[in-house]
Ligand binder design. Structure first.
Ligand code: HEM
Length: 468
Protein backbone atom coordinates (compact mmCIF):
# COMPACT_ATOMS: atom_id res chain seq x y z
CA UNK A 1 0.00 0.00 0.00
CA UNK A 2 1.37 3.47 -0.90
CA UNK A 3 1.75 6.10 1.81
CA UNK A 4 -1.07 8.59 1.35
CA UNK A 5 -1.47 10.31 4.71
CA UNK A 6 0.85 11.76 7.31
CA UNK A 7 0.66 10.23 10.79
CA UNK A 8 0.59 13.74 12.26
CA UNK A 9 -2.51 14.64 10.25
CA UNK A 10 -4.71 11.94 11.82
CA UNK A 11 -7.54 12.90 14.17
CA UNK A 12 -6.96 12.28 17.87
CA UNK A 13 -8.86 12.49 21.16
CA UNK A 14 -8.08 15.28 23.66
CA UNK A 15 -4.53 15.10 25.05
CA UNK A 16 -3.24 16.68 28.28
CA UNK A 17 0.27 18.08 28.69
CA UNK A 18 2.76 15.36 29.73
CA UNK A 19 0.23 12.55 30.18
CA UNK A 20 -1.54 12.85 26.81
CA UNK A 21 -4.81 10.87 26.63
CA UNK A 22 -3.73 8.32 29.26
CA UNK A 23 -6.01 9.73 32.00
CA UNK A 24 -8.95 8.45 29.91
CA UNK A 25 -7.56 4.90 30.01
CA UNK A 26 -9.58 3.17 32.70
CA UNK A 27 -7.86 -0.27 32.71
CA UNK A 28 -11.03 -2.42 33.03
CA UNK A 29 -12.70 -0.54 30.16
CA UNK A 30 -9.77 0.55 27.98
CA UNK A 31 -11.02 -1.42 24.95
CA UNK A 32 -14.37 0.39 25.14
CA UNK A 33 -12.62 3.76 25.25
CA UNK A 34 -10.57 2.94 22.13
CA UNK A 35 -13.67 1.58 20.33
CA UNK A 36 -15.69 4.69 21.20
CA UNK A 37 -12.89 6.89 19.82
CA UNK A 38 -12.82 4.79 16.62
CA UNK A 39 -16.51 5.57 16.26
CA UNK A 40 -16.06 9.27 16.97
CA UNK A 41 -12.86 10.06 15.04
CA UNK A 42 -12.96 7.36 12.37
CA UNK A 43 -10.04 4.98 11.76
CA UNK A 44 -7.13 5.11 11.58
CA UNK A 45 -6.70 7.66 14.36
CA UNK A 46 -3.88 8.41 16.79
CA UNK A 47 -3.65 8.67 20.58
CA UNK A 48 -1.08 10.56 22.62
CA UNK A 49 0.50 8.20 25.20
CA UNK A 50 2.54 10.55 27.39
CA UNK A 51 5.81 10.21 25.45
CA UNK A 52 4.67 8.69 22.16
CA UNK A 53 1.80 8.66 19.72
CA UNK A 54 -0.01 5.37 19.09
CA UNK A 55 -1.78 4.47 15.83
CA UNK A 56 -5.19 2.80 16.22
CA UNK A 57 -6.52 0.70 13.32
CA UNK A 58 -9.45 -1.65 12.70
CA UNK A 59 -8.98 -2.73 9.07
CA UNK A 60 -8.87 -6.57 9.18
CA UNK A 61 -6.61 -6.88 6.12
CA UNK A 62 -4.02 -4.53 7.63
CA UNK A 63 -4.31 -6.22 11.03
CA UNK A 64 -3.73 -9.63 9.42
CA UNK A 65 -0.70 -8.22 7.58
CA UNK A 66 0.82 -6.96 10.85
CA UNK A 67 0.20 -10.24 12.65
CA UNK A 68 1.81 -12.13 9.78
CA UNK A 69 4.90 -9.92 9.68
CA UNK A 70 6.03 -10.95 13.18
CA UNK A 71 8.55 -11.40 14.66
CA UNK A 72 10.38 -9.41 11.92
CA UNK A 73 8.74 -6.05 11.18
CA UNK A 74 6.46 -5.96 14.26
CA UNK A 75 6.57 -7.09 17.88
CA UNK A 76 4.29 -6.96 20.91
CA UNK A 77 4.62 -3.58 22.67
CA UNK A 78 7.78 -3.46 24.76
CA UNK A 79 6.14 -3.34 28.21
CA UNK A 80 4.75 -6.86 27.62
CA UNK A 81 8.28 -8.26 27.58
CA UNK A 82 9.62 -6.20 30.49
CA UNK A 83 6.56 -6.55 32.75
CA UNK A 84 6.27 -10.31 32.24
CA UNK A 85 10.02 -10.74 32.81
CA UNK A 86 9.88 -8.74 36.07
CA UNK A 87 7.06 -10.96 37.25
CA UNK A 88 8.98 -14.14 36.38
CA UNK A 89 6.45 -15.13 33.68
CA UNK A 90 8.81 -14.89 30.70
CA UNK A 91 7.53 -17.42 28.14
CA UNK A 92 6.39 -17.48 24.52
CA UNK A 93 3.69 -14.86 24.96
CA UNK A 94 6.21 -12.17 25.91
CA UNK A 95 9.34 -13.40 24.10
CA UNK A 96 10.52 -11.73 20.88
CA UNK A 97 12.76 -12.47 17.88
CA UNK A 98 14.99 -15.53 17.90
CA UNK A 99 14.19 -16.14 21.57
CA UNK A 100 10.49 -16.46 20.68
CA UNK A 101 11.22 -18.76 17.69
CA UNK A 102 13.23 -21.13 19.87
CA UNK A 103 10.54 -21.29 22.57
CA UNK A 104 7.61 -21.52 20.15
CA UNK A 105 9.02 -24.67 18.48
CA UNK A 106 9.18 -26.39 21.86
CA UNK A 107 5.83 -25.27 23.17
CA UNK A 108 3.91 -26.15 19.99
CA UNK A 109 4.78 -29.82 20.43
CA UNK A 110 2.64 -29.98 23.53
CA UNK A 111 -0.41 -28.49 21.81
CA UNK A 112 -0.67 -30.53 18.62
CA UNK A 113 -4.11 -32.09 17.99
CA UNK A 114 -2.75 -35.68 18.25
CA UNK A 115 -1.58 -34.94 21.77
CA UNK A 116 -5.02 -33.53 22.60
CA UNK A 117 -6.63 -36.80 21.55
CA UNK A 118 -4.43 -38.66 24.01
CA UNK A 119 -5.49 -36.21 26.70
CA UNK A 120 -9.22 -36.56 25.97
CA UNK A 121 -10.01 -39.17 28.70
CA UNK A 122 -8.66 -36.75 31.34
CA UNK A 123 -10.81 -33.99 29.84
CA UNK A 124 -13.86 -36.24 30.15
CA UNK A 125 -13.19 -36.86 33.84
CA UNK A 126 -12.68 -33.14 34.64
CA UNK A 127 -15.96 -32.42 32.77
CA UNK A 128 -17.74 -35.09 34.86
CA UNK A 129 -16.43 -33.41 37.96
CA UNK A 130 -17.87 -30.07 36.83
CA UNK A 131 -21.20 -31.82 36.14
CA UNK A 132 -21.23 -33.19 39.72
CA UNK A 133 -20.44 -29.71 41.09
CA UNK A 134 -23.27 -28.17 39.02
CA UNK A 135 -25.72 -30.88 40.11
CA UNK A 136 -25.04 -30.10 43.75
CA UNK A 137 -25.41 -26.36 43.11
CA UNK A 138 -28.63 -26.94 41.18
CA UNK A 139 -30.19 -29.05 43.95
CA UNK A 140 -29.21 -26.39 46.52
CA UNK A 141 -30.70 -23.61 44.34
CA UNK A 142 -27.29 -21.88 44.42
CA UNK A 143 -26.75 -18.72 42.37
CA UNK A 144 -23.53 -19.27 40.47
CA UNK A 145 -20.84 -16.95 39.16
CA UNK A 146 -20.27 -19.16 36.13
CA UNK A 147 -17.15 -17.28 35.06
CA UNK A 148 -15.45 -18.36 38.31
CA UNK A 149 -16.72 -21.93 37.95
CA UNK A 150 -15.32 -22.10 34.43
CA UNK A 151 -11.97 -20.68 35.63
CA UNK A 152 -11.64 -23.67 37.97
CA UNK A 153 -12.41 -26.01 35.09
CA UNK A 154 -9.88 -24.42 32.73
CA UNK A 155 -7.14 -24.40 35.38
CA UNK A 156 -7.71 -28.09 36.01
CA UNK A 157 -7.67 -28.87 32.30
CA UNK A 158 -4.58 -26.76 31.51
CA UNK A 159 -2.72 -28.16 34.50
CA UNK A 160 -3.62 -31.70 33.47
CA UNK A 161 -2.44 -31.17 29.91
CA UNK A 162 0.60 -29.09 30.75
CA UNK A 163 1.76 -30.81 33.93
CA UNK A 164 0.18 -34.26 33.80
CA UNK A 165 -1.26 -33.55 37.26
CA UNK A 166 -4.81 -33.50 38.51
CA UNK A 167 -4.95 -30.40 40.72
CA UNK A 168 -8.75 -30.55 41.18
CA UNK A 169 -9.60 -26.92 41.88
CA UNK A 170 -13.26 -27.69 41.02
CA UNK A 171 -13.77 -29.68 44.21
CA UNK A 172 -11.25 -27.84 46.37
CA UNK A 173 -12.90 -24.48 45.68
CA UNK A 174 -10.29 -22.55 47.63
CA UNK A 175 -7.27 -23.98 45.86
CA UNK A 176 -4.19 -21.79 46.32
CA UNK A 177 -3.17 -21.62 42.66
CA UNK A 178 -6.68 -20.57 41.65
CA UNK A 179 -6.98 -17.89 44.32
CA UNK A 180 -3.62 -16.38 43.50
CA UNK A 181 -4.10 -16.44 39.73
CA UNK A 182 -7.37 -14.53 40.22
CA UNK A 183 -5.36 -11.69 41.75
CA UNK A 184 -2.61 -11.76 39.14
CA UNK A 185 -4.76 -11.00 36.05
CA UNK A 186 -6.11 -7.56 37.04
CA UNK A 187 -2.72 -6.44 38.38
CA UNK A 188 -0.89 -7.32 35.16
CA UNK A 189 -3.60 -5.43 33.31
CA UNK A 190 -3.08 -2.36 35.52
CA UNK A 191 0.65 -2.41 34.89
CA UNK A 192 0.23 -2.81 31.14
CA UNK A 193 -1.97 0.30 30.99
CA UNK A 194 -0.03 2.37 33.56
CA UNK A 195 1.02 5.94 32.80
CA UNK A 196 4.15 5.46 34.87
CA UNK A 197 5.84 2.27 36.15
CA UNK A 198 5.35 3.15 39.81
CA UNK A 199 6.15 -0.37 41.05
CA UNK A 200 9.81 0.07 40.01
CA UNK A 201 10.14 2.92 42.54
CA UNK A 202 7.61 2.28 45.27
CA UNK A 203 5.67 -0.81 46.28
CA UNK A 204 2.01 -0.15 47.05
CA UNK A 205 0.04 -2.69 49.12
CA UNK A 206 -1.38 -4.11 45.86
CA UNK A 207 2.18 -4.67 44.55
CA UNK A 208 3.23 -6.43 47.73
CA UNK A 209 0.10 -8.62 47.50
CA UNK A 210 0.89 -9.35 43.83
CA UNK A 211 4.42 -10.46 44.71
CA UNK A 212 3.04 -12.79 47.37
CA UNK A 213 0.49 -14.23 44.94
CA UNK A 214 3.17 -14.76 42.31
CA UNK A 215 5.49 -16.39 44.82
CA UNK A 216 2.71 -18.84 45.77
CA UNK A 217 1.95 -19.77 42.17
CA UNK A 218 5.67 -20.10 41.42
CA UNK A 219 6.11 -22.40 44.44
CA UNK A 220 3.26 -24.56 43.14
CA UNK A 221 4.83 -24.61 39.67
CA UNK A 222 8.23 -25.55 41.14
CA UNK A 223 6.44 -28.46 42.80
CA UNK A 224 4.99 -29.58 39.45
CA UNK A 225 8.43 -29.31 37.83
CA UNK A 226 9.96 -31.39 40.62
CA UNK A 227 7.21 -34.02 40.21
CA UNK A 228 7.84 -34.16 36.44
CA UNK A 229 11.61 -34.53 37.01
CA UNK A 230 10.91 -37.43 39.31
CA UNK A 231 8.62 -39.09 36.74
CA UNK A 232 11.33 -38.70 34.09
CA UNK A 233 13.97 -40.14 36.40
CA UNK A 234 11.71 -43.15 37.09
CA UNK A 235 10.87 -43.59 33.41
CA UNK A 236 13.73 -42.34 31.13
CA UNK A 237 11.63 -43.14 28.01
CA UNK A 238 9.72 -39.94 28.78
CA UNK A 239 12.75 -37.97 27.55
CA UNK A 240 12.08 -39.11 23.98
CA UNK A 241 8.32 -39.30 24.29
CA UNK A 242 7.30 -36.60 26.75
CA UNK A 243 3.70 -36.95 27.90
CA UNK A 244 3.00 -33.27 28.56
CA UNK A 245 4.29 -29.71 28.22
CA UNK A 246 6.42 -29.74 31.34
CA UNK A 247 8.14 -33.00 30.36
CA UNK A 248 8.78 -31.69 26.84
CA UNK A 249 10.30 -28.50 28.24
CA UNK A 250 12.42 -30.40 30.75
CA UNK A 251 13.69 -32.73 28.03
CA UNK A 252 14.71 -29.64 26.01
CA UNK A 253 16.28 -28.08 29.08
CA UNK A 254 18.41 -31.18 29.62
CA UNK A 255 19.83 -31.53 26.10
CA UNK A 256 23.20 -29.75 25.66
CA UNK A 257 22.06 -27.81 22.56
CA UNK A 258 18.42 -27.33 23.64
CA UNK A 259 19.14 -23.71 24.50
CA UNK A 260 16.53 -23.90 27.23
CA UNK A 261 17.00 -22.72 30.81
CA UNK A 262 15.22 -23.45 34.09
CA UNK A 263 13.65 -20.00 33.80
CA UNK A 264 12.29 -20.88 30.32
CA UNK A 265 10.67 -23.99 31.75
CA UNK A 266 8.93 -22.27 34.61
CA UNK A 267 8.11 -19.15 32.54
CA UNK A 268 6.34 -21.22 29.89
CA UNK A 269 4.50 -23.32 32.43
CA UNK A 270 3.24 -20.12 34.07
CA UNK A 271 2.42 -18.63 30.65
CA UNK A 272 0.33 -21.69 29.67
CA UNK A 273 -1.62 -21.42 32.93
CA UNK A 274 -2.24 -17.71 32.48
CA UNK A 275 -3.00 -17.77 28.75
CA UNK A 276 -5.20 -20.87 28.93
CA UNK A 277 -7.29 -20.05 31.95
CA UNK A 278 -9.24 -16.83 31.72
CA UNK A 279 -9.51 -16.62 27.90
CA UNK A 280 -11.34 -19.95 27.69
CA UNK A 281 -13.36 -19.43 30.88
CA UNK A 282 -14.47 -15.96 29.77
CA UNK A 283 -15.52 -17.21 26.33
CA UNK A 284 -17.54 -19.96 28.03
CA UNK A 285 -19.12 -17.41 30.36
CA UNK A 286 -20.15 -15.10 27.48
CA UNK A 287 -21.61 -18.07 25.62
CA UNK A 288 -23.61 -19.16 28.71
CA UNK A 289 -24.78 -15.57 29.09
CA UNK A 290 -26.07 -15.42 25.49
CA UNK A 291 -27.75 -18.84 25.78
CA UNK A 292 -29.47 -17.85 29.03
CA UNK A 293 -30.89 -14.73 27.33
CA UNK A 294 -31.94 -16.48 24.12
CA UNK A 295 -34.36 -19.30 24.88
CA UNK A 296 -34.61 -20.46 21.27
CA UNK A 297 -30.81 -20.74 20.96
CA UNK A 298 -30.66 -22.57 24.28
CA UNK A 299 -33.33 -25.03 23.10
CA UNK A 300 -31.47 -25.61 19.82
CA UNK A 301 -28.21 -26.28 21.69
CA UNK A 302 -30.07 -28.64 24.05
CA UNK A 303 -31.56 -30.58 21.13
CA UNK A 304 -28.11 -30.96 19.61
CA UNK A 305 -26.55 -32.07 22.90
CA UNK A 306 -29.34 -34.64 23.39
CA UNK A 307 -28.79 -36.01 19.89
CA UNK A 308 -24.99 -36.19 20.08
CA UNK A 309 -24.64 -37.37 23.69
CA UNK A 310 -27.61 -39.77 23.60
CA UNK A 311 -27.74 -41.60 26.94
CA UNK A 312 -24.45 -40.09 28.14
CA UNK A 313 -24.39 -37.06 30.40
CA UNK A 314 -20.90 -36.00 29.29
CA UNK A 315 -19.52 -36.46 25.77
CA UNK A 316 -17.23 -39.48 25.93
CA UNK A 317 -16.35 -40.00 22.25
CA UNK A 318 -13.61 -37.77 20.84
CA UNK A 319 -14.83 -38.41 17.25
CA UNK A 320 -18.25 -36.92 18.06
CA UNK A 321 -16.96 -33.50 19.17
CA UNK A 322 -17.05 -32.47 15.51
CA UNK A 323 -20.82 -33.17 15.45
CA UNK A 324 -21.57 -30.28 17.82
CA UNK A 325 -22.24 -27.96 14.87
CA UNK A 326 -24.76 -25.67 16.54
CA UNK A 327 -22.69 -25.33 19.72
CA UNK A 328 -19.62 -24.50 17.65
CA UNK A 329 -21.62 -21.90 15.70
CA UNK A 330 -22.90 -20.40 18.96
CA UNK A 331 -19.31 -20.26 20.25
CA UNK A 332 -18.13 -18.42 17.12
CA UNK A 333 -21.05 -16.03 17.44
CA UNK A 334 -20.22 -15.34 21.11
CA UNK A 335 -16.58 -14.71 20.11
CA UNK A 336 -17.74 -12.32 17.36
CA UNK A 337 -19.83 -10.20 19.73
CA UNK A 338 -17.63 -10.57 22.81
CA UNK A 339 -14.04 -11.31 21.74
CA UNK A 340 -12.19 -11.88 25.01
CA UNK A 341 -9.12 -10.30 23.37
CA UNK A 342 -10.83 -7.29 21.72
CA UNK A 343 -7.49 -5.68 20.86
CA UNK A 344 -3.79 -6.47 20.56
CA UNK A 345 -0.97 -3.96 20.92
CA UNK A 346 2.12 -4.08 18.73
CA UNK A 347 4.93 -1.79 17.68
CA UNK A 348 7.03 -1.55 14.55
CA UNK A 349 10.64 -2.77 14.70
CA UNK A 350 11.59 -0.68 11.65
CA UNK A 351 10.07 2.13 9.52
CA UNK A 352 6.84 0.68 8.05
CA UNK A 353 3.68 1.72 6.20
CA UNK A 354 0.37 0.83 7.83
CA UNK A 355 -3.01 1.80 6.34
CA UNK A 356 -1.10 4.03 3.93
CA UNK A 357 0.63 5.93 6.75
CA UNK A 358 4.40 6.01 7.13
CA UNK A 359 5.46 5.15 10.68
CA UNK A 360 8.80 5.43 12.39
CA UNK A 361 10.34 2.40 14.12
CA UNK A 362 8.89 1.79 17.60
CA UNK A 363 5.50 3.34 16.86
CA UNK A 364 2.85 1.60 18.99
CA UNK A 365 -0.15 0.25 17.07
CA UNK A 366 -3.43 -0.88 18.66
CA UNK A 367 -5.46 -3.26 16.49
CA UNK A 368 -9.20 -3.28 17.26
CA UNK A 369 -10.98 -6.49 16.25
CA UNK A 370 -14.59 -5.68 17.03
CA UNK A 371 -15.47 -2.92 14.54
CA UNK A 372 -15.11 -5.38 11.62
CA UNK A 373 -17.04 -8.00 13.60
CA UNK A 374 -19.98 -5.58 13.85
CA UNK A 375 -19.87 -4.42 10.22
CA UNK A 376 -23.51 -4.63 8.97
CA UNK A 377 -22.34 -5.26 5.40
CA UNK A 378 -20.65 -8.46 6.51
CA UNK A 379 -23.06 -9.40 9.30
CA UNK A 380 -26.73 -8.43 8.84
CA UNK A 381 -28.26 -7.39 12.22
CA UNK A 382 -24.72 -7.19 13.57
CA UNK A 383 -25.66 -6.77 17.23
CA UNK A 384 -27.95 -9.83 17.31
CA UNK A 385 -26.74 -13.18 18.65
CA UNK A 386 -27.49 -15.44 15.67
CA UNK A 387 -25.55 -18.73 15.67
CA UNK A 388 -27.31 -19.71 12.43
CA UNK A 389 -25.25 -17.16 10.50
CA UNK A 390 -22.35 -19.62 10.85
CA UNK A 391 -24.32 -22.62 9.63
CA UNK A 392 -24.97 -21.69 6.04
CA UNK A 393 -28.70 -21.33 6.76
CA UNK A 394 -30.62 -18.34 5.38
CA UNK A 395 -28.30 -18.49 2.36
CA UNK A 396 -25.67 -17.39 4.86
CA UNK A 397 -22.69 -19.38 3.65
CA UNK A 398 -21.24 -16.24 2.09
CA UNK A 399 -21.68 -14.52 5.42
CA UNK A 400 -19.83 -17.32 7.19
CA UNK A 401 -17.02 -17.17 4.60
CA UNK A 402 -16.63 -13.40 4.97
CA UNK A 403 -16.73 -13.74 8.72
CA UNK A 404 -13.91 -16.25 8.84
CA UNK A 405 -11.68 -13.78 7.03
CA UNK A 406 -12.33 -10.75 9.25
CA UNK A 407 -12.63 -12.37 12.67
CA UNK A 408 -9.43 -13.25 14.47
CA UNK A 409 -10.41 -14.33 17.99
CA UNK A 410 -7.19 -16.35 18.28
CA UNK A 411 -4.90 -13.79 16.61
CA UNK A 412 -3.09 -14.72 13.41
CA UNK A 413 0.19 -15.30 11.60
CA UNK A 414 3.07 -17.21 13.18
CA UNK A 415 2.06 -16.19 16.71
CA UNK A 416 -1.56 -17.40 16.49
CA UNK A 417 -2.85 -18.90 19.70
CA UNK A 418 -1.33 -22.38 20.18
CA UNK A 419 -4.16 -23.27 22.58
CA UNK A 420 -7.05 -22.74 20.17
CA UNK A 421 -7.83 -26.45 19.54
CA UNK A 422 -7.72 -27.12 23.26
CA UNK A 423 -9.93 -24.07 23.92
CA UNK A 424 -12.54 -25.10 21.33
CA UNK A 425 -12.50 -28.64 22.70
CA UNK A 426 -13.04 -27.45 26.28
CA UNK A 427 -15.84 -25.09 25.22
CA UNK A 428 -17.56 -27.86 23.25
CA UNK A 429 -17.29 -30.35 26.12
CA UNK A 430 -18.57 -27.97 28.80
CA UNK A 431 -21.38 -26.51 26.71
CA UNK A 432 -22.57 -29.95 25.58
CA UNK A 433 -22.57 -31.11 29.23
CA UNK A 434 -24.47 -27.98 30.33
CA UNK A 435 -27.05 -28.25 27.57
CA UNK A 436 -27.57 -32.02 28.01
CA UNK A 437 -28.25 -31.69 31.74
CA UNK A 438 -29.46 -28.18 32.61
CA UNK A 439 -31.46 -25.11 31.71
CA UNK A 440 -29.49 -21.93 32.39
CA UNK A 441 -31.52 -19.18 34.02
CA UNK A 442 -30.00 -15.70 34.24
CA UNK A 443 -30.40 -14.18 37.73
CA UNK A 444 -30.81 -10.43 38.26
CA UNK A 445 -31.84 -7.76 35.84
CA UNK A 446 -28.82 -5.43 35.95
CA UNK A 447 -26.95 -5.24 32.65
CA UNK A 448 -23.88 -7.43 32.24
CA UNK A 449 -20.85 -5.21 31.64
CA UNK A 450 -17.62 -5.88 29.77
CA UNK A 451 -14.65 -5.84 32.10
CA UNK A 452 -11.11 -6.19 30.87
CA UNK A 453 -8.86 -8.03 33.32
CA UNK A 454 -6.14 -9.05 30.84
CA UNK A 455 -8.96 -10.71 28.93
CA UNK A 456 -12.55 -9.48 28.77
CA UNK A 457 -15.24 -11.01 31.01
CA UNK A 458 -19.00 -10.58 31.66
CA UNK A 459 -19.13 -8.61 34.90
CA UNK A 460 -22.34 -9.16 36.88
CA UNK A 461 -23.45 -12.35 35.11
CA UNK A 462 -25.08 -14.69 37.64
CA UNK A 463 -27.10 -17.79 36.86
CA UNK A 464 -29.05 -20.69 38.32
CA UNK A 465 -28.86 -24.11 36.72
CA UNK A 466 -32.04 -26.21 36.67
CA UNK A 467 -31.68 -29.96 36.11
CA UNK A 468 -33.56 -31.06 33.00
C1 HEM B 1 -11.09 -19.10 23.86
C2 HEM B 1 -9.85 -19.21 24.35
C3 HEM B 1 -8.67 -18.46 23.86
C4 HEM B 1 -8.60 -17.29 23.15
C5 HEM B 1 -9.76 -16.43 22.66
C6 HEM B 1 -7.20 -17.01 22.95
C7 HEM B 1 -6.73 -15.90 22.26
C8 HEM B 1 -5.39 -15.65 22.04
C9 HEM B 1 -4.89 -14.51 21.29
C10 HEM B 1 -5.74 -13.44 20.64
C11 HEM B 1 -3.54 -14.60 21.29
C12 HEM B 1 -2.57 -13.63 20.61
C13 HEM B 1 -2.23 -14.22 19.26
C14 HEM B 1 -1.41 -13.32 18.39
O1 HEM B 1 -0.59 -12.54 18.89
O2 HEM B 1 -1.57 -13.41 17.15
C15 HEM B 1 -3.17 -15.78 22.04
C16 HEM B 1 -1.86 -16.19 22.25
C17 HEM B 1 -1.52 -17.27 23.05
N1 HEM B 1 -2.38 -18.19 23.62
FE1 HEM B 1 -4.40 -18.16 23.49
N2 HEM B 1 -6.45 -17.99 23.53
C18 HEM B 1 -7.30 -18.90 24.09
C19 HEM B 1 -6.95 -20.06 24.77
C20 HEM B 1 -5.66 -20.48 25.01
C21 HEM B 1 -5.30 -21.71 25.68
C22 HEM B 1 -6.28 -22.76 26.17
C23 HEM B 1 -3.94 -21.74 25.79
C24 HEM B 1 -3.01 -22.74 26.39
C25 HEM B 1 -3.30 -23.56 27.34
C26 HEM B 1 -3.45 -20.53 25.14
C27 HEM B 1 -2.12 -20.19 25.03
C28 HEM B 1 -1.64 -19.10 24.33
C29 HEM B 1 -0.22 -18.76 24.21
C30 HEM B 1 0.93 -19.54 24.86
C31 HEM B 1 -0.15 -17.61 23.39
C32 HEM B 1 1.12 -16.87 22.95
C33 HEM B 1 1.57 -17.35 21.58
C34 HEM B 1 2.79 -16.62 21.04
O3 HEM B 1 3.00 -15.45 21.38
O4 HEM B 1 3.53 -17.24 20.27
N3 HEM B 1 -4.51 -19.80 24.69
N4 HEM B 1 -4.31 -16.41 22.47
Amino acid sequence: MNATRRFGSLAHPPAWPLVGSLPYFNPPRVHLVLEAWAHRYGTPYRVHLARRWMLVIDDPAEIARILKARPGAFRRVRPVESIFRELGIAGIFSAEGADWERQRRMVMRAFDPAHLKGYFPALVSVTRRLLARFERASRAGEVLDLQLEFMRYTVDVTAGLAFGLDINTIEQGDNAIQRHLDQVFPMINRRMTAIFPWWRYVKLPADIALEKDLAQVRRAIDGYIAAARQRMADDPALRDQPGNLIEALLAARDTPDGGFTDADVSGNVFTALLAGEDTTANTLAWLACFLSDDKAAQAAAQREADAVLGGQRVLEAFERVGDLHYIEAATREAMRLKPVAPLLSHESNEPVTVCGIELRARTPIATLFRPAALNPELFPQPLAFRPQRWLGEEGGSDEAGAARRVLMPFGGGPRFCPGRYLAMLEIGMVTAMLMRNFHIERVGSEPVRERNALSMLPEGFRARLHLR
